[in-house]
Design a protein around this ligand. Sequence first.
Ligand code: MG
Length: 206
Amino acid sequence: MGMRIGYGFDSHAFKPGVPLVIGGLKIEHDEGLAGHSDGDLLLHAITDALLGAVSAGDIGTFFPPSDMRWKNADSTIFLETALEEIATAGYRIVNMDCVLILMRPKIVPIAGEMRARVAELLNVSQRDVSIKAKTPEGLPQEGTAVAHVTVLLESIPEPEEETHKRITAEADATEVDVVVRTLMGDDPHNMRRLGRKPTFDTDDLT
Ligand code: MG
């Protein structure tokens, strides 16, 4: 089975007077993230990781900031396009690991909710999405939020391939059953008819 990895990075500066949205989740805070779209850096990094995994370019390829259509756009639109790209390429998500680096707000209290929202948007199980948050210790990024994302994809098996495998497995099981019955007759413990020596052979005692 083919596998691919992808990596995405994004950063946005905090800005007063705009709503804060991270991972598709609206968060109560006194500042939001500046950006051409809604500034959702986590969805942007996830979008780039997915596109990168299938070598389909990046978020700017599909949604150039110069295009006014994407002004204040909901970043779930970008994510949906990336999901379509990986599906078209024949891949699906195995798991994803995300790191957010920001001083405020604290992510830990809302990490579960954010993880659930991201999993919902990706249409995967929550156990396949990890979101970790760090404070920027020693980094001069007080007014900035940063996101790093890695994703693993696997190729989607062809439907015919799966059907063929199942039929072959069933045929193999039937053939084995016939051979076993032919060799062993009614006694499933008749090891001699199978040509095997029992582990304890009474002949050895004579
Ligand atoms: Mg961005």
